[in-house]
Design a protein around this ligand. Structure first.
Ligand SMILES: Nc1ncnc2c1ncn2[C@@H]1O[C@H](COP(=O)(O)OP(=O)(O)O)[C@@H](O)[C@H]1O
Ligand SMILES: [Mg+2]
Length: 331
């Protein structure tokens, strides 16, 4: 029996109609995520793409049950392998770190500075996996090898500050993988790293998807990274999903004016110049306009866009677009 053959695990994550709001000290309500729809199947990489502040991390933290106390989940359902995770409580507590894990951008803050990295990975096996110290160490070395950390015996004894950013991120990924999660959420895990190191980490994550059937929800603001690893792309803008589909649909034949604008600012995907960003900036999430959130920046907006918020609707082939002008026909 080939133990290393791809074996899709579970049914993945399904997010339906997720709306998250924050109450600020001044009393205003930040609409961080609105009616988000998102699926990650086993063995696929779904990239959530959007500029800073579009609600990517809030969606991820909601899924992990890690939202701040001032967050209010106004609507929605999040299931992992068919189990409802909302409202956050025992279901996500039981799943977190075991069936679903998350890696953040800042590896240094994810690690304890006074313990060796080896001890921190081993602890996953000892505390959650109930392994002996010796077995935990063996598993740790094996896992460090799997995430391509050279000379794992020596690095086991290193402290976080003694490793490069890329090696530290691999340690954090190893910790997230220790208990063999069905789904991994990676929130801008390579944003702080240089391009070569980033490429190595993307390869590593994709390998886990392709070879082990893990579902990967990868968050980035970088169109080039999305093009490199995504099976499907979900584009977010001001807390809403504006477009979703396969990587070819969304990055080669985008329908939403925002996605088109994003691609024009990405030299690695289109041949447009980088000095043509989308004019304007994200609307204030505490004061979203009536209608489409992109209306102020949109080159094709019509009066309806100022009145009615466009729903995310199918436009064929599984692609979905939330746009009155470029989306599905009304009739
Ligand atoms: N704890 C919080 N309290 C208030 N507002 C928040 C909090 N966390 C996030 N936000 C707001 O929610 C919006 C979406 O944030 P986020 O999901 O972090 O964006 P992204 O990850 O796409 O850059 C932003 O306007 C952000 O300021
Ligand atoms: Mg973020």
């Amino acid at each position: 029996m080939d133990l290393h053959a791809p074996k899709p695990r579970g049914r993945g994550v399904s997010i339906r109609d997720l709306s998250v709001q924050f109450r600020t000290p001044s009393g205003s309500v930040v609409h961080a995520a609105s009616n988000v729809e998102l699926d990650v199947a086993p063995g696929e990489c779904v990239v959530v793409l959007g500029e800073s502040g579009s609600g990517k991390s809030v969606t991820a933290r909601a899924t992990m049950g890690l939202l701040e106390p001032n967050a209010h989940i106004a609507s929605g359902s999040i299931t992992l392998d068919g189990t409802e995770l909302l409202p956050p409580g025992r279901a996500i507590e039981a799943a977190r770190g075991r069936r679903i894990s998350m890696v953040f951008q800042d590896s240094l803050s994810a690690l304890n500075p006074v313990h060796t990295v080896g001890a921190q990975i081993a602890e996953m096996f000892q505390v959650h996996g109930k392994l002996s110290t010796r077995r935990a160490r063996q598993e740790t070395i094996q896992l460090m090898r799997k995430v391509a950390i050279p000379d794992p015996d020596r690095r086991f004894r290193a402290y976080p500050h003694q490793l490069s950013g890329g090696m530290r991120q691999r340690i954090v990924i190893a910790m997230a993988l220790a208990l063999h999660p069905q789904v991994l959420i990676a929130d801008e895990p390579t944003t702080a790293l240089d391009v070569t190191v980033q490429a190595g980490i993307l390869d590593l994550l994709l390998g886990l998807v392709r070879e082990e059937g893990m579902g990967l929800l990868f968050i980035t603001h970088d169109v080039g990274v999305a093009a490199e690893i995504a099976d499907r792309v979900v584009v977010m803008y001001a807390g809403s999903v504006v477009e979703a589909g396969t990587v070819e649909q969304v990055l080669v034949r985008p329908r939403h004016p925002y996605t088109r604008g994003l691609l024009q600012t990405a030299p690695s995907v289109s041949h447009a110049r980088r000095d043509q960003p989308i004019a304007g900036s994200l609307p204030d999430p505490a004061d979203l306009p009536t209608g489409c959130a992109f209306q102020e920046r949109c080159p094709v907006a019509v009066p309806e866009c100022h009145q009615v918020r466009p729903a995310l609707l199918p436009v064929g082939g599984g692609q979905q677009v939330a746009c009155h002008v470029e989306g599905a026909d009304d009739d």
